[in-house]
Design a protein. Structure first.
Length: 453
């Protein structure tokens, strides 16, 4: 008989004969004539209790079962006597699939996040990490639903690329050359190749063809910053809209974040509750706050003025022209406005070449969305659609115009105002779970000096 997932079994409205579940033993209690097994199959947070009595033929074998072992159980689903659970299974047959040794590291006690990182291959078998990765899966689905409902098309931009979108030189090189060799003409692609830092330049070409589009995939950055909010491999959602200015871009960012939080409330209540109880007691209030408040919108220069006057003791001193640090972003969101905010029109000197220069010739039509507990979750801009200004800015930042001939050509044939942004998917998962380290929302995180698993 094929197995039933526990998540579906627990929705049952009446007893069922002859059900089969398969899963792993979380705990086991033995009395003289019974064994009580708590089984989890990963389909939901909850376990199901299996009651095995001594009349079962392989009872001696069952008594030896350990935490972490895999079993298959066939029996009858009945209303549970015990409090806190509605259904249990009285076993008719129990088949041992695999016996885990006593050394299985996830025994009942609570383990630290640091320890669990060192066993990233087993941590999804805990309640907390099972919940993280179910929520991550649901959020990815919600992203596609959000865009599909709005007629945005999903574009698969390349992961191998020759271009540096952000111009920050933080790329991982891809090569088949031997150690020390740099003659790229003899390299696999006949020129320098890298892992992408952003799909933006490519997705812009599709906005200028299909209208509203997005890309959602892995991106790679060789930043040597070992922070709790940066990973070397992370996923980014990048929408791009033709005929759209900065204010329309901000509207989409705000709408998207709110949609994703609402989707979480509607579809992930049980897993979400674990985080609200055990990870961050203020999580629900904080997510309600995101949902219910209009995001504040303010100019970069006004944000700097607030930071200069606030009297807070920052590690990085504040001055006009600086890039905001996480401590500044969090002060604005958590302490000053006490809700998400959108900072816009940053000085052009600290922003990439593709952002549209404003009439003041000093700032660009850029925006960052900052949320409590995370800081920057979205970075975006209106794009420079005027060829002469775009090429002048590329020259200023010493970019090779020849490499970007195709990008520039989009400003020759039917160039139009367009805008987009990037939302860091891991930062979204951190926001909705209350988890404070990015390493704990990525299945197998990659950070400087760490590529185990
Ligand atoms: O602000 P960023 O660098 O913007 C871009 O890459 C643009 N090309 C996006 C666009 O306009 N299409 O990155 C966007 C977001 C950040 O706000 C942050 O949430 C996330 O990506 N991010 C990272 N997340 C984890 N680890 C890192 N190292 C990240 N760098 C950026
Ligand atoms: Mg940014």
């Amino acid at each position: 008989m094929s197995r039933i997932k526990i998540v579906n079994l627990l929705k049952s409205e009446s007893p069922i004969d002859n059900v089969t579940i398969k899963g792993w033993i979380r705990t086991k209690r033995d009395s003289k004539t019974f064994s009580f097994l708590e089984i989890n199959d990963g389909s939901c947070l909850r376990n199901i209790q299996v009651v095995v009595d001594e009349t079962i033929s392989n009872y001696e074998e069952i008594k030896k079962l350990t935490t972490g072992s895999a079993i298959s159980v066939t029996g009858r689903l009945i209303a549970s006597q015990g409090k806190g659970q509605s259904w249990e299974i009285t076993a008719e047959t129990v088949e041992m699939i695999h016996l885990a040794p006593e050394s299985f590291p996830l025994q009942k006690k609570r383990h630290s996040d640091e320890f669990l990182r060192s066993i990233a291959h087993l941590r999804p078998r805990t309640n907390k990490y099972g919940a993280v990765f179910r929520i991550r899966s649901e959020m990815a689905y919600a992203v596609h639903q959000f865009f599909r409902e709005r007629e945005f098309r999903y574009i698969h931009t390349p992961i191998l690329t020759g271009s540096d979108c952000e111009g920050a030189g933080e790329m991982f090189r891809v090569t088949t050359l031997g150690p020390g060799q740099t003659d790229y003409e003899n390299d696999f692609f006949g020129k320098e190749a890298n892992l992408t830092v952003s799909g933006q330049l490519e997705v812009e070409m599709f906005a200028l063809s299909l209208g509203d589009v997005y890309t959602f995939g892995p991106t790679f950055r060789a930043e040597n910053s070992n922070t709790s909010r940066h990973a070397s491999e992370f996923w980014m959602i990048e929408p791009e809209m033709a005929f759209c200015d900065l204010s329309g871009n901000m509207d989409l960012g705000e709408e998207m974040i709110k949609f994703l939080v609402q989707f979480l409330f509607d579809n992930c209540a049980e897993d979400l509750n674990l985080f609200a109880r055990f990870v961050d007691k203020s999580l629900m209030a904080s997510l309600q706050n995101v949902l219910e408040n209009k995001f504040e919108r303010l100019l970069y220069k006004d944000a700097i003025a607030i930071l200069e006057k606030c009297g807070e003791n920052f590690e990085f001193p504040v001055s006009y022209g600086m890039d905001m640090q996480s401590e500044h972003e969090r002060f604005l969101a958590e302490k000053h406005f006490k809700k998400p905010l959108i900072v816009y029109n940053f000085p052009k000197t600290i922003k990439p070449f593709y952002m549209r220069v404003n009439d003041d010739n000093e700032t660009v039509a850029s925006m960052d969305i900052l949320v409590p507990r995370i800081g920057e979750i979205i970075g975006g801009s209106q794009r420079e659609e005027r060829l002469d200004i775009l090429t002048a800015r590329m020259q200023k930042t010493q970019m090779e115009k020849e490499d970007y001939w195709w990008y520039l050509e989009s400003r020759v044939f039917g160039s139009v105002p367009h805008s987009g942004f990037g939302l860091g998917f891991e930062r979204l998962i951190m926001m909705v779970t209350g988890i404070t380290n990015i390493r704990d929302v990525i299945a197998f995180p990659r950070t400087p000096k760490n590529i185990d698993f």
